[in-house]
Design a binder for this molecule. Structure first.
Ligand code: F6P
Length: 359
């Protein structure tokens, strides 16, 4: 009988509980023992890591739709890779994680994480030596290379669309524009997809230069006197500081355009998991368990076209843009940005949405 561990790391998103619940189902069919590590690597960085021993009754089916993580994603104040790096304690930190894993006696660990956690796992792979390490990509930012989709992205897009659907009525009543800021770190997939789905009048993302004069002209020429401009949190404007939506809002006000800035914030990571995210979570859970069956290690589950399969962490890391994490200078992360060939960019242009200076 195999003993497998599950942990969720980094920011939460919707779909984590679906993955956990489906992993328990699939592992139980195989006759394996399943434990969950509480609070990700923060939990492992303890002499006695917090553990949940799962059986089919631990996580009822109704929890599978909920956002957040049944296992937790980290603990405020706990030492993590970032603080350990700052205090020159990485070696001890890695050693403790390795000791905890040895103590747990796992045959395999399923790490459900974003590009930071997966990059860390790749760059510190010796920690996981001796067990099968299988990663599952989750993030609302959809910035993980080698996979067409990440778990939680679609629900986040839906949450932003719901937010805009509510706002547009008050926008119409007051003949005013709303500048809505999405998350996404330094990438624009979230804003781009939500903007297309909702029908935003303009979408500003970090990957495409924009001109505020052209944006103003675009809004002034609109057939309406209200609408929504989606702004990704990663955009910046030389000479301006503050939150991007506030910056754009101030510029529009100065140009005589009545508007307000608005922020869905962490509701983007919440919400009932969409059916597609649950299908993706189930398929990736199945793929991860098959990978353990096949004794694979240092792999990530990926959606490539219609296929769900494993790719090596090595390929994941080297196929993206390798950049330094803004918070952790020691950490190189592999990032996927909106490609200039993304068909949604041309579609936006064809629909008369201002997407920046693409031409
Ligand atoms: O990476 C996920 C994400 O939600 C980003 O889109 C956002 O910039 C960040 O995490 C927010 O992190 P926190 O929860 O620490 O505010």
């Amino acid at each position: 009988m195999k003993k497998i561990g599950i942990m969720t790391t980094g920011g939460d998103c919707s779909g984590l509980n679906t993955i956990i619940q489906r992993l328990i189902l699939g592992a139980t069919v195989r006759g394996w023992q399943v434990i969950g590590v509480k609070d990700g690597t923060d939990g492992l960085n303890k002499k006695d890591p917090g553990i949940i021993t799962f059986d089919l009754n631990t996580m009822p089916i109704e929890t599978a739709r909920l956002s957040g993580s049944w296992l937790g994603n980290g603990h405020p104040g706990a030492e993590n890779f970032e603080t350990a790096a700052r205090e020159n304690r990485i070696e001890q930190f890695n050693k403790q994680i390795n000791l905890s894993l040895l103590k747990l006696g796992l045959d395999a660990l399923i790490l459900i994480g974003g590009n930071g956690s997966l990059s860390l796992a790749h760059n510190n792979r010796e920690i996981y030596y001796g067990l099968s390490l299988v990663c599952i990509p989750k993030t609302i930012d959809m910035d993980i290379p080698m996979t067409d989709r990440t778990i939680g992205f679609e629900t986040a897009v839906q949450q932003i669309v719901n937010f805009c659907d509510q706002l547009i009525l008050t926008a119409r009543s007051h003949h005013r524009w709303f500048v809505v800021q999405t998350m996404g770190r330094d990438t624009g997939n979230l804003a781009l997809n939500a903007g297309i789905a909702f029908g935003a009048d303009a979408i500003l993302i970090p990957e495409i230069k924009f001109d505020t004069d052209n944006l103003i002209q675009h809004i002034k020429k609109s057939y309406r006197d209200y609408g929504i401009i989606l702004v990704s949190e990663g955009i910046s404007l030389r000479g301006h500081s503050g939150r991007p939506a506030d910056i754009i809002s101030r510029i529009l006000t100065k140009a005589g355009i009545t508007n307000r800035a608005d922020f869905p914030e962490h509701t983007q990571r919440a919400g009932d998991t969409t059916a597609n995210d649950r299908i993706l979570a189930t398929s990736m859970a199945d793929c991860a368990l098959n990978a353990i069956d096949n004794n694979e290690t240092y792999v990530m589950t990926a959606k490539i076209g219609n296929e769900i399969k494993t790719v090596s962490l090595e390929d994941f890391f080297h196929s993206g843009n390798i950049v330094f994490d803004p918070n952790i200078p020691e950490l190189k992360v592999s990032n996927a940005y909106v490609s200039p060939n993304n068909p949604l960019l041309e579609i936006a242009n064809n629909m008369g949405i201002y997407i920046g200076e693409t031409k």
